[in-house]
Design a protein around this ligand. Structure first.
Ligand code: HEM
Length: 502
C-alpha cells in the first residue's frame, strides 16, 4: 500500500516537474527548437508582477493611448500576468484582423462570469474560430445580413413612434437622465428581442430580464472576477473553489435568464431563433451538424444582451449629443426625407466614432506566429489577444481632420478613404468616411446594418417631433462589456428638455 502510494506520488511529481520544465524550456521556442522573436516593445517601469494592472483599471483605453504616444502604435503590455498586443493604428488592424484573419480570428474567455454565461464559449461572440462558429454566423446572417436588414424597418418605425409618445404627450417637459435611460433601454430591448426571438415580450418579463442582466454585470465587477482575468492563479483557485463548493449564484442566475428565453419562445420559432434551429449547408460545410437546443438558447441570450446593451448605450449618447446641437437638429428637419435620413445617419456614425460604447475590441491568435511590421518581426503566441484601441484610432489626426471636434459632416462625403482600405495613406489631414465601432475582419459585428438603421430611425423621429435642449454631457467607463474584460463606455448624460414642435 505504502509502495503504491509513493509510486503514485512520484509519478505525479515527475509529471508536474516535466510540465513546469517544458513551460520554462520551451517558453521562448517553437516546437522545432527555433527561438521566438521578441514581443513588440512594452512600456517600461511597470511594477513587478502587477505590471499594468493598476494603470489599466484607472484609465482603461486611455492608458493604452498614452503608451502608444510614447512607445509607438504597436506595443505589447502585461496587465497582471495577461499579455496583450495593442494595435493603435488602422493599418495594424487591417494587417492583423483582415489580411491575416486566418491567424487572428479566434477568441479566448476572460473570466468566470464569461465562462458560465457563454456556457464555456458556445456563443458566437466567444466561440473559437471553428465550423461551429461559422454555422452560428451563417444562421444569424439569414436574418440580419445585407439582403435582410431592410425587412426590419417597419419595426423600427413603429418603435420610434412608441418612443416619442413615451417621452411626453403635451408641452415642454424635462425628462430626467435616468428616466430617459430606462425608456431607451426598454425600446432597445424590445427591438433586440424581436430580432432574436421574433416575439413581442410583455413589459414585466423585459423588466425581470434587465434586472437579471444587471446583476450579472454587477457580479462581473467584483474583485475576484477582475483578478481572475489577469492572474491565471486566481482563476485556477476560483475554478477549484467552485468545483468543490459549486458556483451556485452565477449558474443559477444564468439558468434563470435561460428560463426566461425558454418561456418567451412560441412553438413556431421566428427571428434568429428560427434560423439557428435550421442551419443551412454551405460550400465549405455541405452537411452541417445542427445545433442543440442548449447551444441555441445560450446564443439567443448573448445576442439579445449584446444587442440591447450596445443599442441602448449608442442611442442614449446620440440623444444626449443631439440635445447640444440646434444646428444638427435643424438639418434633420430637412423637407427631403432622404436628405434628413442622410443627416441622421452621419450623426449616428459620428456618435459611434466619438461617443461610441466600444473603445476596444480584441481577436485572439490561433497559432504561434511572427508578425512583421515595418520590416521587423515580432512574436505572437497562440491565444494572445490583439486589442484594437479605438481611443487612439478614432482620434488619429492622420485619418480624421480635427478629430477632437464632434463633426458629423465628416461622414457626409463620398470620396473619402476607408480606414481599412488596402493602401491607407498616412499623411496628416485625411478624411476617413468610416469608423471601427463595429469591429473589423471576420468577426465584425453582424448587427451593424440593423443597428445603424434603427438608431437613425429613432433619432430622426425624436428630433422631428421635439426640439431637444441641454448643455454638456458626461462620459464614464463601465467595467463590464457583456461579458468581455474590455468594458464599454457609457454616457451618463443630463436631464433633457423636450419641446414639442408645432
Ligand atoms: C450600436 C450597436 C452595436 C455595436 C456598437 C456593436 C459592436 C460590436 C463589436 C465591437 C463586435 C466585435 C467585432 C469584432 O470582434 O471585430 C460585435 C460583434 C457582433 N455583434 Fe454587434 N454591435 C452592435 C449591435 C449589434 C446588434 C443589434 C446585433 C444583432 C442583433 C449584433 C450582433 C453581433 C454579432 C453576431 C457579432 C459577431 C461576434 C463574432 O463573430 O465574434 N450587434 N458587435
Amino acid at each position: 500500500m505504502g509502495n503504491g502510494l509513493s509510486a503514485i506520488v512520484s509519478i505525479g511529481l515527475t509529471f508536474l516537474l516535466s510540465q513546469v520544465m517544458t513551460k520554462v524550456i520551451w517558453a521562448n521556442k517553437y516546437p522545432d527548437g527555433k527561438r521566438k522573436q521578441a514581443w513588440p516593445t512594452a512600456p517600461s517601469q511597470l511594477p513587478y508582477f502587477w505590471n499594468a494592472f493598476d494603470a489599466f483599471h484607472v484609465s482603461y483605453c486611455k492608458s493604452f493611448t498614452e503608451w502608444s504616444q510614447k512607445i509607438g502604435t504597436l506595443f505589447s503590455v502585461k496587465i497582471g500576468q495577461k499579455r496583450v498586443i495593442v494595435l493603435n493604428e488602422p493599418k495594424l488592424v487591417r494587417q492583423t484582423f483582415v489580411e491575416m484573419d486566418q491567424y487572428n480570428s479566434s477568441r479566448t474567455l476572460s473570466d468566470t462570469v464569461e465562462v458560465i454565461m457563454s456556457d464555456n464559449g458556445k456563443t458566437v461572440f466567444t466561440a473559437p474560430f471553428t465550423l461551429y462558429w461559422s454555422r452560428l454566423r451563417r444562421g444569424i446572417n439569414k436574418v440580419i445580413g445585407k439582403s435582410q436588414y431592410h425587412g426590419w424597418m417597419d419595426l423600427f418605425h413603429r418603435q420610434a413612434e412608441k418612443f416619442v409618445n413615451g417621452i411626453s404627450l403635451n408641452d415642454a417637459k424635462v425628462v430626467e437622465a435616468d428616466q430617459l435611460r430606462q425608456l431607451v433601454e426598454l425600446i432597445a430591448l424590445h427591438i433586440s428581442l424581436h430580432i432574436v426571438v421574433g416575439e413581442e415580450v410583455d413589459p414585466e418579463t423585459m423588466l425581470t430580464l434587465t434586472q437579471k442582466v444587471q446583476k450579472a454585470e454587477v457580479w462581473q465587477k467584483e474583485s475576484w472576477h477582475i483578478y481572475s482575468r489577469f492572474f491565471p492563479v486566481v482563476r485556477q483557485l476560483y475554478v477549484a473553489f467552485t468545483a468543490l463548493l459549486g458556483n451556485r449564484s452565477i449558474t443559477y442566475l444564468r439558468n434563470d435568464i435561460l428560463e426566461i428565453f425558454l418561456t418567451v419562445q412560441k412553438d413556431e420559432q421566428k427571428g434568429i431563433a428560427a434560423a439557428l434551429a435550421d442551419i443551412a449547408p454551405s460550400k465549405n460545410d455541405p452537411t452541417p451538424e445542427q445545433l442543440t437546443k442548449d447551444q441555441i438558447l445560450v446564443n439567443l441570450v448573448h445576442l439579445t444582451v449584446h444587442s440591447y446593451k450596445y443599442l441602448s448605450a449608442a442611442l442614449f449618447s446620440a440623444l444626449q449629443r443631439v440635445a447640444t446641437s440646434a444646428d444638427w437638429q435643424n438639418k434633420m428637419l430637412d423637407k427631403d426625407p432622404e436628405q434628413a435620413l442622410r443627416y441622421a445617419k452621419a450623426f449616428i456614425n459620428e456618435v459611434l466614432r466619438y461617443d461610441g460604447p466600444v473603445k476596444m475590441f480584441s481577436h485572439a491568435a490561433r497559432v504561434d506566429y511572427e508578425l512583421t511590421v515595418d520590416d521587423k518581426a515580432y512574436r505572437v503566441d497562440e491565444d494572445v489577444e490583439l486589442v484594437a484601441n479605438l481611443d487612439a484610432i478614432h482620434f488619429d489626426e492622420r485619418y480624421y481632420a480635427e478629430p477632437h471636434q464632434f463633426n458629423p459632416d465628416r461622414f457626409l462625403g463620398t470620396s473619402y478613404v476607408s480606414l481599412l482600405d488596402e493602401k491607407v495613406p498616412t499623411s496628416k489631414g485625411l478624411n476617413a468616411r468610416d469608423h471601427l465601432a463595429f469591429g473589423a475582419g471576420r468577426r465584425a459585428c453582424q448587427g451593424s446594418l440593423v443597428a445603424e438603421e434603427m438608431l437613425a430611425a429613432i433619432l430622426l423621429k425624436v428630433v422631428q417631433t421635439y426640439q431637444l435642449k441641454h448643455q454638456g454631457i458626461i462620459r464614464t467607463q463601465v467595467m463590464s462589456g457583456v461579458w468581455s474584460w474590455m468594458g464599454r463606455m457609457e454616457t451618463k448624460g443630463n436631464d433633457i428638455e423636450f419641446i414639442k414642435r408645432p
